[in-house]
Design a protein around this ligand. Structure first.
Ligand code: ATP
Ligand code: MG
Length: 304
């Protein structure tokens, strides 16, 4: 597929694949009892609304970035099981679709998913900063006084949230509440794995000029061994806040590597939260450039 082409919709049902779910960005199909096919489209969402047009190549870029992290996790944290099998296209995908889907799919092992989002924060921003300003706490935990916006925390913190149904907002919860939902032992495993993953990724990214302010992981549970398994996409600009290290300054919000340009445009043009909005070409271009830069810095390779 040429680089300037955009894949916003794809449907494999006519080819006999059964659809498991359709997210804001990804389409998920069942390959067999134990295997799912994740397809990352070029759709982009902001403020919980999907834009009418996409970001060319975003789906393959995010898939390749996720795959890069899964490789790194395999070598740096071999004790942690992940769902990743391969980015190769299954042979059952018919030839007329192979070009379109190349590079944007992952075959993953299917697991029962734990019903919490496992968020780690190394810097105080977003909903954590909002809560701290209001109440001096983050997810109900007391925090040191006098923190400033975007300040690096002395130690990264685990701030789980609920996994809301489509169209609803996730809700931040305490560790105790997370332990009630998924069990004390499982919660401890998820917390430990998430903090270790974050620290590994933070150091890796910092050496490449990117600060990972916070990130969200999802875990499944292996029914046979009762181990927690890392699933979903990992450490992409869709699941994390990446900041350029060279522009970092405490006491204000940061220019981020993801949808900042898009969010600012939506707000300033009065389109925030509106359905079916089309991004103008300059917004598409600037957003594409940001995703690309994050990819290139993190992987050390040129994007296409
Ligand atoms: P959003 O668009 O807000 O991200 P979403 O999270 O429902 O919505 P996707 O991210 O596209 O949509 O879909 C991923 C879904 O697949 C999530 O519900 C996630 O929990 C689930 N999932 C991820 N990995 C696995 C796996 N290995 N086995 C089973 N389900 C998985
Ligand atoms: Mg998701």
């Amino acid at each position: 597929m040429a680089d300037n082409q955009v894949l916003t919709h794809v449907n494999l049902e006519r080819q006999g694949f059964s659809k498991v779910a359709s997210g804001k960005v990804r389409e998920i199909y069942k390959l067999d009892e134990h295997t799912l096919l994740f397809i990352a489209t070029d759709r982009i969402s902001a403020y919980d609304v999907i834009l009418a047009n996409g970001i060319p190549g975003k789906g393959s870029l995010l898939t390749q970035l996720s795959a890069h992290w899964f490789d790194l996790i395999k070598s740096e944290m071999p004790e942690l099981k992940t769902h990743m099998l391969t980015t190769a296209l299954p042979s059952s995908v018919p030839s007329q679709l192979r070009l379109v889907l190349e590079n944007r799919t992952m075959q993953v092992r299917r697991y029962p998913i734990l019903p919490i989002e496992s968020i780690v924060r190394g810097y105080i921003t977003g909903s954590a900063w909002a809560e701290y300003k209001r109440a001096g706490t983050v997810n109900g935990m007391s925090m040191p006084e006098g923190l400033q916006e975007s300040q690096r925390l002395e130690k990264p913190i685990w701030t789980p949230s609920t996994k809301a149904e489509a169209g609803m907002h996730d809700e931040n919860i305490s560790e105790a509440r997370a332990a009630e939902i998924i069990g004390d032992d499982v919660a401890k495993m998820v917390e430990a794995a998430s903090l270790k993953l974050y620290e590994m990724a933070r150091d890796y990214a910092a050496a490449r000029g990117i600060l990972i302010a916070d990130t969200k992981f999802e875990f499944g549970l292996d029914p046979a061994t009762k181990e927690v398994v890392l699933v979903d996409e990992v450490l992409t600009p869709d699941s994390s806040r990446f900041w350029p290290a060279d522009g970092y300054e405490v006491g204000r919000s940061q220019a981020s590597y993801d949808k900042q340009y898009l969010r600012d445009w939506l707000t300033n043009s009065g389109n925030k939260g509106r359905d079916g909005v089309t991004m103008p070409e300059d917004v598409v271009k600037a957003t594409t450039a940001k995703y690309r830069e994050a990819y290139e810095r993190l992987t050390g390779t040129t994007w296409r």
